[in-house]
Design a protein around this ligand. Structure first.
Ligand SMILES: [Zn+2]
Length: 111
């Protein structure tokens, strides 16, 4: 794979920059599979900008599915752990979790 800067299209002077990992969740039969997706970032010396190596749509493909959201909300409701621990376990932001909780409450009320 040839790497070019997505801003200036230069393929020179690209260096590895801090990336981040995020959790991707797949459902296989009855099983919830967690896998870590590493999203590397590169730094371009030519235009002095950083960019993610993965394209936007690739990152979007790693979004959370409904079953995963339900799983997280169930954990929260059952008070299985503290909010911080649940979010750490599933690698999500606390605000994200609360968003899902509210979403699910809305859906339950409308159905
Ligand atoms: Zn560049």
């Amino acid at each position: 794979m040839r790497m070019v800067c997505c801003k200036c299209k230069s393929d020179k002077a690209l260096i590895k920059y801090a990336g981040y990992s995020r959790m991707n969740v797949r459902i296989e039969g009855e099983c919830l599979k967690l896998e870590t997706v590493y999203v590397p970032r590169m730094y371009c010396k030519t235009c002095k900008r950083t960019f993610a190596v993965l394209k936007d749509d690739e990152i979007k493909n790693t979004s959370y599915c409904e079953s995963f959201k339900k799983e997280v909300v169930n954990q929260y409701r059952s008070r299985a752990d503290t909010v911080e621990k649940i979010c750490m376990k599933y690698q999500i932001a606390i605000t994200t979790m609360y968003k899902w909780v509210h979403q699910m409450e809305k859906e339950e009320k409308s159905s």
